[in-house]
Design a binder for this molecule. Structure first.
Ligand code: ZN
Ligand code: ZN
Length: 110
């Protein structure tokens, strides 16, 4: 596990790491349209649809796509894992529970 992390960090742009679930978070290249569709699917509890959307539009495999969806928050600014409500960056780690969050802005949807 440690070796994998080191490899990722030394060869490419560092990928974010979620200390909560101990996984390296893939960063899919998504268009605004795809982000919007994914976010809407996540917010309406259509997890499988969200995973499929990511898988269909980027190179990530099913496991990576699921990992991405697992880390998308349902409410902007709110950690997907705990009660922290002031996440500021689009992709960052919650200071309370150390979970990585995709905190895409609401403007993506509206
Ligand atoms: Zn996690
Ligand atoms: Zn948290």
């Amino acid at each position: 596990m440690l070796l994998t992390i080191k490899l990722y960090f030394s060869t490419r742009m560092p990928l974010p790491y979620c200390a909560k679930c101990q996984s390296i978070i893939p960063l899919p290249l998504l268009t605004t349209e795809t982000k919007r569709a994914v976010l809407l699917a996540v917010r309406s509890n259509q997890t499988f649809m969200a995973i499929k959307l990511i898988k269909d539009t980027s190179v990530s495999d099913l496991k990576d796509a699921k990992c991405v969806v697992d880390h998308i928050n349902k409410v902007h600014g709110h950690c997907h894992n705990c009660s922290y409500t002031t996440l500021e960056t689009e992709a960052g780690v919650c200071p309370v529970c150390n979970s990585f969050n995709f905190n895409w802005p609401d403007e993506v949807v509206y």
